[in-house]
Design a protein around this ligand. Sequence first.
Ligand code: MG
Length: 385
Amino acid sequence: MKRITVLGSSGSIGRQTLNIVSKMKDNIFIEGLAIGSNVKILKSQIRKFKPAAVSVNNSSDAQNLRKWCVSNNIKTGVYSGNTGLEKLVTMPKADMILIAVVGTIGLKPTIAAIRAKKDIAVANKETLVMAGSYIMKLAAENGVLVLPVDSEHSAIFQCCAGEKKSQIKRIILTASGGPFYKYDKDFSKITAEQALDHPTWKMGKKITIDSATLMNKGLEAIEASVLFGIPIDKVEIAIHPQSVVHSMVEYIDGSVIAQLSNPDMKLPIQYALTYPERLPSNIKPLNLVEINKLEFYKPDFNKFPCLKLAYYTAKKGRTMPAVMNAANEAAVAAFLNKEIKFTDIAKIVEKTVKAHKISENTSLDNFIEADLWSRQYAEKLINEV
Ligand code: MG
């Protein structure tokens, strides 16, 4: 029996995780749940999973929830804010913390969880992009596992099982291409509604916009480089519209190992939860005869400048990826708010990245400082648009 705590349980990954857990009640117990403000979803999750503790963003929500628990005779402890998250990730009985919050707010709880010697399942790529080297070092020092939940990274993880890192020639990260890889009209006229209409995956808003700009793939390339300790120039991207090959690893002898399945997040989530075991799942079996063809294309770095920026910042290293990530978060929020155009996202990120003076210091505070500086700089640029 594994005991897990889910941060971000009301989001897309969080809800899918609980859906899987509800079918594996003999194998997995939900120890804790944390959300931002969607108390309604949390209440139904509390009823269903009876976690030891939960955490919400603000204290008035927590107070109301405490009363609700008492009146429903539920013994779940209720916490709030940063202290609540800290409490949740350090609960002694939990074996694993699944980090499924969106954005850099995942950083501090991830670090607290690693220090408490909890294995980590990461669905929050921003944290690894922002301070990946710091987190991987901390995880190694504390002897905890960092398991990928992203479909591509889960694929790479599976393709690397039992292999030597030094014998990897390159990683081929596949990408669905998002809604615009064949789009030949004016990118500056793309609306939020168009960008939110992803052809293959149903996901949260931030990641869907990142998939449309291909920044998501750029963040994933950096995440792969960090997670597997492979230099960024050995991480290549292939557009693969069928989303059946979730990524591939090529070895020095020329062998290429790929992981395939129908596109369904349930599989990578379940594998992270049950690793190193595999359990039956109810995903649609893969029928390659029915799919008939698998296509692969080179991504167009000029059409999707966010990809170029991701490789540029990854090569520069240190605080650069953190700056790119924070500027992107600010720009995507502004685009969703209809404050800027689709094409302004890359422009704002580029201007912020180019204005940043890289710091040699690799302390955690330094990454946090670079993140804050970037947000402020990007906000200033957004206001000037
Ligand atoms: Mg992905």
